[in-house]
Design a binder for this molecule. Structure first.
Ligand SMILES: Nc1nc2c(ncn2[C@@H]2O[C@H](COP(=O)(O)OP(=O)(O)OP(=O)(O)O)[C@@H](O)[C@H]2O)c(=O)[nH]1
Length: 321
C-alpha cells in the first residue's frame, strides 16, 4: 500500500520588516487625530495662555502618557516656546517632534534578541494576559523572524486553552515554522522544554514560547512562569521575556504589566492593538512604569501587522504629514 503523502502546507510570502511602522502609520490615525492634531493646533496658534497650556497637558493625559510625562512634556514645550517662540506651524511641529521623541526615548535598546548563540537557539518567552494578543503576536513575530531569514520553532505552552495551540499551529504552518504542542492540560513547562529541545536538535535560530497568562493569583502566575523559565534554562538561556499588552486597556494594562514585571524579568514590551486606540501615549507610560523598552507594536489583525518600534517613525505617525 502506498503511504499517503502529506502535502506540506503552503508557506506564505511575508512582507519585509524594515520600515513597517512607517508603512503602517495610517493605522495610528486615531491617536493622530486625538493627539497630534490637537497639540499641533494648540501650539501653532501662536501665543499660549495658561488655559492653553492646561489644554496641552490635558491632551497628553488623555492620550495616556501618564501624569508625570504629561507634566514634563508640557514644561519642556512651555520653556522652549518662552525661549524661542513658535512662529509658524512648521516650527511648532519641529518642537513637538523633538520633545515627543525625547519622551519616547530613542536611546533604549529595542533589538529583539533572536539570534542563536553558544551553539544554541535564542529562547523567547511571550507572556501576558489572555486576550491581549499573545498568541497572535507569537505568530506574527515568527513571521518577522522567518522574513529575516531565521529558522524558528514555536512552543504552544498555553495549554489551558485548547484552541491556542491550534491557532499557533496555523501561524506556524503559514510562516514555515515548526510547532511543538501537547494536549490541553499538559504542564506548560514540559511543552516549553520540548520546544527548546526540538529547537536545539533542529539547529534553529530562535524558539518562541507562547505561555499561558491566566492572572488568577500573583503566586499562581509566579509559580507557572517561574517553572517554565526554570525548566527551559536546563537547556538554554532565556534571552527575551516579551510582555504583550493590549494598548486599548490603558491604565488597566499598566496594572497588569506591573504584576507580570513583579513575577518575571521582562526584557521588552509588545504593545498590541495600537490601531484601535487614540491613546498612543501609552508607549511612554508603560516604558516609564516598567523601565523596559517597547520593542514591537501591533497595528492590526493582519499577519504582517506587527512592526519593530521606532521612536521617530512613531512620533511622525502621531503628528501626521
Ligand atoms: N486590531 C488589532 N487586533 C489585534 C492585534 N493583535 C491581536 N489582535 C486581535 O486580538 C484578539 C486576541 O488575540 P489572541 O492572540 O488570540 O490573544 P491571546 O492573548 O493569545 O489570548 P488567548 O489566545 O485567549 O490566550 C484576536 O482577535 C487578534 O486578531 C492588533 O495589533 N490589532
Amino acid at each position: 500500500m502506498i503511504a499517503e503523502l502529506e502535502t506540506p502546507p503552503a508557506v506564505e510570502e511575508i512582507a519585509p520588516t524594515a520600515g513597517r511602522l512607517s508603512k503602517l502609520r495610517g493605522r495610528l490615525s486615531r491617536s493622530q487625530n486625538a493627539f497630534g492634531r490637537s497639540l499641533l493646533g494648540l501650539l501653532g496658534a501662536g501665543t499660549l495662555d495658561d488655559d492653553s497650556w492646561e489644554e496641552v497637558e490635558d491632551t497628553l493625559l488623555m492620550a495616556d502618557l501618564g501624569a508625570a510625562a504629561a507634566a514634563e512634556i508640557t514644561e519642556k514645550l512651555r520653556g522652549a516656546v518662552a525661549a524661542h517662540g513658535v512662529t509658524d506651524a512648521a516650527s511648532a511641529r519641529a518642537l513637538l517632534r523633538r520633545v515627543l521623541i525625547e519622551a519616547v526615548d530613542p536611546t533604549m535598546d529595542r533589538a529583539v534578541r533572536a539570534l542563536p548563540h553558544d551553539g544554541r537557539p535564542s529562547v523567547l518567552l511571550i507572556v501576558g494576559v489572555n486576550g491581549t494578543g499573545k498568541t497572535t503576536t507569537t505568530g506574527k513575530l515568527a513571521r518577522v523572524l522567518v522574513a529575516d531569514g531565521r529558522h524558528v520553532v514555536l512552543g504552544a505552552a498555553d495549554t489551558f486553552r485548547a484552541a491556542a495551540a491550534d491557532q499557533l499551529q496555523t501561524w506556524g504552518e503559514r510562516a514555515g515554522a515548526a510547532v511543538v504542542r501537547a494536549d490541553a492540560g499538559t504542564d506548560p513547562a514540559s511543552v516549553a522544554f520540548d520546544a527548546v529541545k526540538r529547537g536545539i536538535a533542529d539547529g534553529a535560530d530562535a524558539v518562541l514560547i507562547d505561555t499561558a497568562g491566566r492572572l488568577h493569583t500573583k503566586t499562581g502566575l509566579m509559580d507557572e512562569l517561574g517553572k517554565v523559565k526554570r525548566v527551559v534554562e536546563k537547556q538554554a538561556e532565556v534571552d527575551e521575556v516579551l510582555l504583550v499588552l493590549d494598548a486599548t486597556t490603558g491604565q488597566n494594562g499598566l496594572v497588569q504589566a506591573t504584576v507580570f514585571a513583579d513575577v518575571v524579568d521582562i526584557s521588552g514590551i509588545v504593545l498590541t492593538k495600537l490601531d484601535g486606540t487614540a491613546k498612543g501615549g501609552i508607549v511612554v507610560a508603560v516604558q516609564r512604569t516598567l523601565g523596559v523598552p517597547v520593542k514591537l507594536v501591533g497595528l492590526g489583525e493582519g499577519p504582517d501587522d506587527l512592526a519593530p518600534f521606532e521612536p521617530a517613525a512613531f512620533v511622525d505617525a502621531l503628528l501626521g504629514d
